[in-house]
Design a protein around this ligand. Structure first.
Ligand SMILES: [Zn+2]
Ligand SMILES: [Zn+2]
Length: 409
């Protein structure tokens, strides 16, 4: 099964359009790890490294990853990533709905770090710490005008950073925050001061904090690029070193916030504007999600790659009652989508590109789709864009060729 699909994944754009139009969804990877297996803590030592490393080649970019669950054991997310042929992963390092998380177990941390080291995922990134990403809790609001909530948010952010330090996680992505009853200026100032406090309280920390661009709904900061620019410069002005303060851009959020990502040309222009204001060189992480909401809708609703406003909305009409993931976007639609602009610019760089696309199709698809399958299908679509980008794209991904095989059964 894997070889047959691997061959078919590389035809020309036109051929691929025909292939994809044939409605036949690619075969899924191996069955999902059963729940019971998640609880088994230590199989890191017995697990071979991911495909790219097995061949002795450095696992170069593109660094495709997905937000994966740590249910059962932290290291489970790494093995799930491996089974999907991913080059990185994003996790919550704890239950993201708790203000007071249980302390990190030493054995769990050791197992995680050993696995990262064995796979080379803890080195070679732009900050010297590799490629793994953590997403901070949504409870945190560093812009809050409420002193109690602000202090609690800083305390929880400290825990997030401490866990990243312990787990050798290079990037901590978080939403800037909402100013609620205050003003934009006050909100931005609160966030900058929170950063300064964290830097003072945790001397020597190496985790790169990444301000995520948001859909900009309500009083949430981070929709306009001006918010992100001001934030970074205020934080740096308070003495936090620049290498600790990056950005995370999310294709869904960008489009919903009003930065047109609906075509390759529009996305190029949006990226150029970001570059002018904030500097694309400070983008440390990408979130690759399609957007259910239209341009400027401020709707933070992620869709499968190719099914929303960024990826061309899928050219095949959905069969009645079929889950979203089995609808098939054409290669042509994807190759001219906003994703193509992002990949052209970033696929060759050591920047994690994380899927946060829906996984709930597992329940909707009457046994056809699993979490693995949804992620894997979305991943194939992104890789199809690189295939369609011709020799330049092929050169960019050369080092990652082994990682492009479908997962083993
Ligand atoms: Zn986020
Ligand atoms: Zn995101």
């Amino acid at each position: 099964m894997p070889k047959r699909i691997a061959k078919k994944a590389r035809p020309s754009a036109a051929k691929q359009a025909g292939l994809q139009a044939a409605t036949k969804a690619p075969k899924p990877p191996r069955a999902r790890v059963p729940r019971s297996a998640h609880a088994a803590p230590a199989h890191a030592a017995a697990t071979p490294p991911p495909p790219a490393l097995a061949a002795g080649a450095p696992a170069g970019p593109p660094w495709f990853g997905s937000h994966l669950s740590i249910a059962g054991s932290m290291v489970h997310a790494l093995h799930e990533a491996q089974s999907l042929g991913l080059s990185t992963v994003q996790v919550f390092t704890k239950n993201q709905q708790q203000w007071k998380p249980t302390p990190l177990d030493e054995g769990v941390a050791r197992e995680w770090c050993d696995t990262l080291r064995a796979w080379g995922w803890d080195a070679g990134g732009p900050t010297g710490r590799g490629r793994v990403v953590s997403h901070a809790s949504y409870l945190i609001n560093l812009a809050s005008p409420n002193d109690e909530l602000w202090e609690k948010s800083i305390a929880l952010m400290r825990v997030e950073i401490e866990r990243c330090e312990k787990l050798n996680i290079a990037f901590l992505v978080h939403h800037p925050g909402a100013f609620t009853t205050s003003t934009r200026e006050e909100g931005l100032g609160r966030i900058a001061r929170a950063y300064a406090r964290l830097h003072k309280d945790l001397p020597g920390f190496r985790t790169c904090m990444c301000l995520e661009g948001t859909a900009g709904s309500g009083s949430n900061l981070g929709g306009p690029f001006e918010d992100l620019r001001e934030l970074r410069s205020q934080i740096l002005a308070l003495g936090v070193p620049g290498h600790l303060v990056g950005f995370c851009l999310d294709t869904c959020h960008l489009h919903a916030a009003g930065h047109d990502m609906s075509s390759v040309q529009a996305a190029r222009a949006s990226l150029a504007r970001f570059d002018e204001l904030c500097g694309l060189q400070h983008v440390r992480v990408w979130h690759l999600n399609d957007s259910k909401g239209g341009l400027g809708s401020h709707l933070d609703r992620h869709d499968h790659i190719g099914m929303g406003c960024v990826g061309g909305r899928g050219a095949m009409p959905p069969a009645k009652g079929s889950p979203a993931i089995v609808q098939t976007p054409t290669a042509q639609a994807l190759a001219t989508s906003g994703f193509a602009a992002v990949l052209a610019r970033f696929a060759s760089l050591p920047v994690p590109m994380i899927l946060e696309t829906p996984k709930e199709d597992a329940k909707e698809a009457r046994g056809m789709a699993t979490t693995d399958r949804a992620d894997w299908t979305n991943l194939q679509r992104l890789r199809g864009i690189l295939d369609a980008s011709g020799p330049a794209g092929a050169a960019e991904r050369g080092a990652d060729a082994n990682n492009r095989r479908p997962p083993k059964d």
